[in-house]
Design a protein around this ligand. Structure first.
Ligand code: GUN
Length: 291
């Protein structure tokens, strides 16, 4: 059984990016610059954004964290976005989701300049991705593709079941894995909350991507011997015995599934670190396309 080590792979990627950044600096250019807008005080979002900023510093990027109050209006946020769109010293930025309920997420995503949309959430980037044109690929599915490729997991002609149809993970990974190219050429089934008899699908899957958000949902009896399991779940589950008061759980019952699978991503240390590395990769790409 192979553990698909996202932590190590992400570290390898960061070292590659760091080398490229030092070459950019040596040539006299400014380094790539990523900004993140965080509205409010959601605990998980604070953790993710903090981690993104630290990773920027590690590879030598410039980074800017813009924190806005929970009570920020849509108008103020749109003004900020316009300012970032116009900023020549900035290559890419993200607006951390979820946003407070008074803000229309769709309106915000549409306002981001697609050339700076390193999350790849703008319809222009999503459409271009689906049409196999140059775009920014959303960091989580991009990270899964990179992990499958670097570990040489055979996907061509294989049956992949994606559980979850979110715009951030399930939908894009189902598109990417069915396309031509590395980690592609799979026959993809998208399952979701209305799917009947999920086990009949997962039992026949060579690869399962779990992006449901329900802790330890996928059990050993739901998979076929020798399957590859990608766990995108990161749910905080209350645990009094832990200093933080919670533990992070994936969508997969890890121990029993790992005993039957050929390859599996752990949680934490699987898909999560890859997401951050691919955001850095997209930012470098935004910089290179501009220059
Ligand atoms: N919230 C959860 N995942 C993401 C992500 O990849 N990007 C942004 N902007 N928000 C998120």
């Amino acid at each position: 059984m192979t553990v698909l080590d996202g932590k190590k792979t992400a570290q390898d990627l960061k070292e590659e990016i760091k080398t490229t950044v030092s070459e950019i600096k040596k040539s006299g250019q400014r380094p790539p610059h990523l900004a993140a807008i965080l509205v409010g005080n959601d605990g998980a979002s604070l953790t993710y954004v903090g981690s993104k900023v630290r990773s920027c510093e590690y590879v030598g990027f410039d980074s800017t964290l813009i924190r806005l109050d929970e009570s920020t209006t849509e108008e103020i946020l749109l003004d900020k976005i316009e300012e970032l769109n116009q900023d020549d010293q900035l290559d890419g930025y993200i607006v951390q989701l979820p946003l407070p309920k008074n803000i229309d997420e769709e309106k915000i995503l549409l306002a981001i300049d697609p050339k700076k949309d390193v999350d790849g959430f703008h319809p222009s980037n999503f459409g271009r991705m689906a049409l196999e044109m140059d775009s920014f690929i959303p960091a989580t599915p991009y990270g899964i593709m990179e992990l499958l490729e670097r570990y040489k997991i055979e996907t061509s002609g294989k049956h992949c079941v994606v559980v979850g149809r979110s715009h951030i993970v399930g939908r894009p990974i189902s598109i990417l894995m069915s396309q031509k190219g590395p980690a592609g050429n799979a026959t993809v089934t998208v399952a979701h909350s209305r799917t009947q008899n999920l086990t009949s699908l997962t039992k026949n899957a060579d690869i399962i991507v779990m992006a449901l958000g329900i802790p330890e949902y996928l059990t050993a009896e739901m998979i076929k011997e020798g399957a590859t399991i990608i766990d995108v779940g990161i749910t905080r589950v209350a645990d009094e015995n832990h200093p933080k008061g919670y533990v992070i759980k994936g969508d997969v019952a890890y121990d029993e599934v790992a005993a039957k699978a050929a390859a599996i991503t752990p949680v934490p240390g699987g898909v999560g670190p890859m997401t951050i590395a691919m955001l850095l990769k997209n930012t470098l790409l935004a910089f290179q396309r501009k220059n």
